[in-house]
Design a protein around this ligand. Structure first.
Ligand code: NZQ
Ligand code: ZN
Length: 386
C-alpha cells in the first residue's frame, strides 16, 4: 500500500425528512444564495422544504444551472454573489449544481482575471479562498456532495474540465433518499453507472496489496448491482434508494482511493464526448470503460481477473477468455439499466475520435494509472467502441 493522508471534513446528514436540518448548519445571520438547476426541485417539493427551513435567513436564489454546468452561467452567479454580499452558498440539486456551486464559491473570490484559470492551469493556479457552501443532494451519482472536485463546461470553446480544492468541500451535505423518488429512469441509470465507474477508476489498476480498499470497492460494486435495478423497478422503495444514495457517495469521497493507484482515463476521455456531443456524463463512461478494459487488458490483467471473479463469478478459461467474459458482463449490466455502450448508438461519427485524439495530442497529457495512455491509445480505445 502507498503512503496517504486523508481528511474529509464534510458533515453528512443522511435520511428521510432531514432537509429542514440545513437551518441548523448555516451560520446565523448569513446572507445565503440558494443555487439550483432547471426546476426539478420545484416539482418534487425540495424547493419548498428548503425555503421553509431558511425563512429566518436573508435568502437569495440563483436557478438555471444546466446539466454539465456552464462556465458562462456560473460567471453570472458570481456577479449575484458579489452584488449581494453573499457569504454562504447552498447548493440544491445533483452533481451539476454542486459542481457549479463549488466553482462559484471559489470564483467569486478569485483575484485573477478569469477563474477559468482553475481549470486550464490546474495544479498551477489554485483557489486561495472560497465562500463556504453546503449541499442538499437530489441525485445520487457523482459524489460531489462529499468531495472537492468540480467539473464545468465552457460552451464557447466546447471544453469540459475539472478543478479541485479542499476549500470547496461542502461544510455539510444533506442526503435524503426520498429525493430519488422523483428521478426519471435515465437519471437513476446514469447515477448507478457513474458511481460504478468511479469505483472502477480507483480499483481496476494494478495490485498493491490493499485487500481492505479492494473489498470496500467490491462492496460498493455489489451493492450497486443489487440495489440499482431495484430502484429502477420501484422508485418508491426507500431502502433501495437509501442504499443507492450512500453507495454513490462512498464511491467518490476519497476513501477507496487511499493508498492505491487511480486511473481516471475513462473519465478524461468521457468528458470529451460530452464536450463535443452533449452525451450524459455516465453514458460516456459506459461507452469508454469497455474499450479501456479491452485495450489495457495486459496492464490491468490482475485486477480485471479479480473483478471478474469476485463480482461476476468468472473463474473458468484462459486469462483472455475470462477478461472477455468480464467485459461482456460489465456491458450487459450497463445495458440492463438501459444504457447503450457503443459510439454509433449515440450517433457519434468516427471523425469525433480524430478531434479527441488531436485534443490529447495538443495537451500532451498521458492518462491512466501508469501515465501510459497517449493520444494514440485514446484513439484505439474509442475505435474499439465503434
Ligand atoms: O436541473 P434540474 O431541473 O434540477 O434537473 C436535473 C437534471 O436535468 C435532474 N434531477 C436532479 N435531481 C432530480 C432531478 N430530476 C428529478 N428529481 C430529482 N431528485 O437530473 C438531471 C441531471 O442532473 P445532474 O446534476 O447534471 O446529474 P449528475 O448528478 O449526474 O451530475 C453530472 C455532472 O457531474 C459531473 C459530471 O461531469 C456532470 O457535469 N461530475 C462531477 C464529479 C465530482 N464533482 O466529483 C465527478 C463525476 O465523475 C462527474 O464528472
Ligand atoms: Zn463520473
Amino acid at each position: 500500500m502507498k503512503n496517504f493522508e486523508y481528511k474529509n471534513p464534510v458533515k453528512i446528514i443522511f435520511g428521510k425528512g432531514t432537509i429542514p436540518k440545513v437551518a441548523g448548519e448555516i451560520p446565523e445571520n448569513s446572507r445565503v444564495l440558494m443555487i439550483y438547476g432547471g426546476g426539478s426541485i420545484k416539482r418534487n417539493g425540495v424547493y419548498d422544504q428548503v425555503k421553509n427551513a431558511l425563512k429566518n435567513f436573508e435568502l437569495f436564489e440563483f436557478g438555471g444551472i444546466e446539466a454539465n454546468p456552464h462556465y458562462e452561467t456560473c460567471i453570472k452567479a458570481m456577479e449575484v454573489v458579489k452584488a449581494n454580499n453573499i457569504d454562504f452558498l447552498l447548493s440544491v440539486g445533483g452533481g451539476s449544481v454542486i459542481d457549479a456551486t463549488k466553482f462559484i464559491a471559489a470564483g467569486a473570490l478569485y483575484e485573477g482575471e478569469d477563474p477559468w484559470d482553475f481549470f486550464t492551469q490546474r495544479f498551477v493556479i489554485e483557489p486561495k479562498a472560497a465562500i463556504p457552501l453546503g449541499a442538499v443532494l437530489t441525485l445520487p451519482a457523482t459524489g460531489s456532495e462529499m468531495n472537492w472536485n468540480s467539473v464545468v463546461s465552457r460552451v464557447s470553446t466546447q471544453e469540459k474540465l475539472a478543478f479541485g480544492s479542499p476549500l470547496v468541500m461542502p461544510q455539510f451535505s444533506v442526503l435524503d433518499p426520498e429525493c430519488v423518488f422523483s428521478l426519471p429512469d435515465r437519471q437513476v441509470a446514469n447515477g448507478v453507472v457513474d458511481a460504478f465507474v468511479h469505483v472502477m477508476e480507483q480499483y481496476l489498476t494494478y495490485p498493491v496489496n490493499s485487500p481492505l480498499q479492494d473489498r470496500f470497492a467490491e462492496g460498493i460494486l455489489h451493492t450497486l448491482i443489487e440495489e440499482g435495478p431495484k430502484v429502477l423497478a420501484n422508485r418508491n422503495d426507500y431502502d433501495s434508494a437509501a442504499n443507492f444514495m450512500w453507495s454513490a457517495t462512498m464511491a467518490l469521497n476519497g476513501l477507496i482511493a487511499l493508498g492505491v493507484p487511480s486511473d481516471w482515463a475513462t473519465h478524461m476521455i468521457g468528458h470529451e464526448l460530452t464536450a463535443f456531443h452533449g452525451i450524459d456524463h455516465a453514458r460516456t463512461l459506459a461507452i469508454v470503460l469497455p474499450g479501456m478494459m479491452n485495450i489495457k487488458r495486459h496492464n490491468k490483467k490482475d485486477k480485471i481477473l479479480q473483478y471478474g471473479e469476485r463480482i461476476w463469478g468468472i473463474n473458468q478459461g484462459t486469462d483472455d477468455e475470462r477478461i472477455d467474459k468480464t467485459i461482456d458482463k460489465t456491458v450487459a449490466f450497463f445495458k440492463s439499466l438501459g444504457v447503450p455502450c457503443t459510439l454509433p448508438e449515440y450517433d457519434v461519427p468516427a471523425e469525433t475520435i480524430q478531434k479527441i485524439k488531436e485534443r490529447f495530442k495538443t495537451r500532451g497529457s498521458k492518462l491512466g494509472e501508469n501515465a501510459d495512455i497517449d493520444y494514440n491509445q485514446v484513439e484505439e480505445i474509442l475505435t474499439d467502441r465503434l
